[in-house]
Design a protein around this ligand. Structure first.
Ligand code: ATP
Length: 457
């Protein structure tokens, strides 16, 4: 079971160079998140800050109640054991064969004897499809194999948080697709909280549960995949479509007038972007338990999302899932969605009783009950959560004990009633969300999406 990572108001500079400022987000337990951004926006610096390799000047990185930015060395040492990191080049020792490379953390950080080390190493090598390559040197194998060896090494200490720094760099599209499937499969097997830094659009479109984007020293958006994949925010749209036209220039800065002219030229050609289905775990493996947890969270906060995102989420629901959330089959999904009425704390709230919530919202998820903002509970508005994905533990899937984000209980196989493959309901009426994008104050959307005041700079 992974642990939640909460980043609050994080700012990092090198001398006079601000890399990013006031970054706030939560990597929810066991979910896969992707961090996007043009080159040089500080994605790798962000990963290093999470592990405590770099010290941001301001803000917190909270893991298991410990602030990585401000803790004793011994606490940092313990926290680092929760991490597995796949560096861009695999970071293998060139003079060691793959077996010894992968065994290295076990020999350094555990008291396992050689036979126990062997058992773990072979298990991880099998997981990443490298059995038989034990005696190869890193220089004798392909880039894809090096990545997989690096991944096996990142897995040997059974990490609860997995960080991937551009796992696709240097790989052809087919190898990238295999690696992406491997990441999803690993997540299904170990339920670790994953963060992937990537430039690869296909990875961003198909792998993560949540997506964030850094641009011009800010986290411009962070939220469920459906929000960013349907976003018409120029910088997000430009990046996810790999276009020249838009605010991102060759050296990050682009003349505002030129960007506006390019966007005007494009206008009319673009509709709501098509969302590709998210990758599922390979048949035969346990299903990803994070899928259900995320779905509960997203459904509880549906009213705070854009209409396009809501529509995509509706389309992805199976009949069983519709029933679970109290959406009547055949009933038009008239939402009467609230627009901009959620407090920050409410956005961060996860339903404790999804079934009860569903009973109160028989017509559609937009009628989810609003927690009483005056009640002193964990949903009390907290400025630190304004960019964050929800931080409360999601209700346990049916038949499973609830676990707090910090608990280290054993991962449970399967995740309840979610069927696979997931049939997409045909001929359903289109969602009428009940509000148009312009109805919602921009500030309300920023709270969920993590946009800073002032928007794009
Ligand atoms: N240790 C350091 N000392 C000084 N500057 C640094 C250090 N590490 C990174 N930087 C600077 O921070 C900025 C962001 O670097 P980073 O590698 O995080 O970008 P990135 O978004 O990961 O880029 P890419 O996508 O090209 O890998 C760069 O300008 C880089 O030169």
């Amino acid at each position: 079971m992974g642990v939640e990572v909460r980043v609050e108001g994080l700012s990092k500079s090198f001398g006079a160079q601000t890399i990013w400022r006031d970054v706030t987000l939560t990597l929810p337990t066991g979910e896969i998140s992707v961090l996007l951004g043009p080159s040089g926006t500080g994605k790798s610096v962000f990963l290093k800050s999470l592990v405590g390799l770099l010290k941001p000047e301001q803000g917190k990185v909270l893991i298991d109640g410990v602030d990585v930015c401000d803790c004793a060395e011994k606490d940092l040492y313990e926290i680092r054991k929760l991490f597995g990191v796949l560096f861009q080049d695999g970071a293998l020792f060139g003079s060691m064969n793959l077996y010894d490379n992968i065994a290295f953390p076990l020999r350094e950080h555990t008291r396992k004897n050689e036979s126990e080390v062997r058992q773990v190493v072979m298990e991880k090598m099998e997981m990443v499809g490298l059995l038989g390559a034990e005696t190869k040197l890193p220089g004798e194998i392909s880039g894809g194999m090096r990545k997989r060896a690096g991944l096996a090494r990142a897995l040997v200490l059974d990490p609860e948080i997995l960080l991937f720094d551009e796992p696709d760099s240097g790989l052809d599209p087919v190898r990238t697709a295999y690696l992406n499937q491997l990441i999803v499969d690993l997540n299904a097997q170990i339920d670790a909280t994953c963060l992937i830094v990537t430039h690869d659009i296909n990875t961003a479109r198909t792998v993560p549960d949540n997506i964030g984007m850094l641009f011009r020293r800010n986290l411009v958006m962070y939220g469920p995949r459906e929000v960013l994949l349907t976003s018409t925010e120029p910088v997000v749209e430009q990046f996810l479509n790999g276009r020249r036209q838009g605010p991102i220039g060759m050296s990050e800065e682009k003349d505002a007038g030129q960007a506006a002219a390019e966007l005007a030229e494009l206008r009319g050609e673009q509709g709501v972007p098509h969302i590709m289905p998210q990758l599922e775990a390979t048949p035969g493996l346990p299903e990803r338990t994070a899928v259900r947890r995320r779905q509960d969270r997203v459904m509880a906060n549906l009213g705070s999302l854009t209409p396009s995102a809501q529509q995509e989420i509706f389309k992805s629901l199976t009949p069983q899932e519709r029933e679970r959330y109290g959406i009547r089959e055949g009933a038009p999904a008239t939402a009467g969605a609230r627009s901009g009425t959620l407090s920050q704390g409410e956005i961060a709230q996860v339903p404790q009783q999804p079934a009860a919530a569903a009973q109160q919202a028989p017509q559609g998820p937009a009628e989810q009950p609003t927690p009483n903002p005056t009640t002193p509970n964990p949903t009390t508005p907290n400025p630190a959560t304004r960019h964050a994905a929800p931080q409360q533990p999601a209700p346990a899937p049916q038949g499973r004990p609830a676990q707090t984000p910090g608990s280290h209980g054993p991962a449970q196989p399967g995740h309840g009633a979610r069927p696979s493959p997931r049939p997409r309901p045909r001929g359903e009426p289109p969602l009428q969300s009940g509000f148009q994008p312009d109805d919602e104050p921009v500030s309300a959307r920023r709270r969920w999406f993590g946009r800073r005041k002032g928007g794009e700079q």
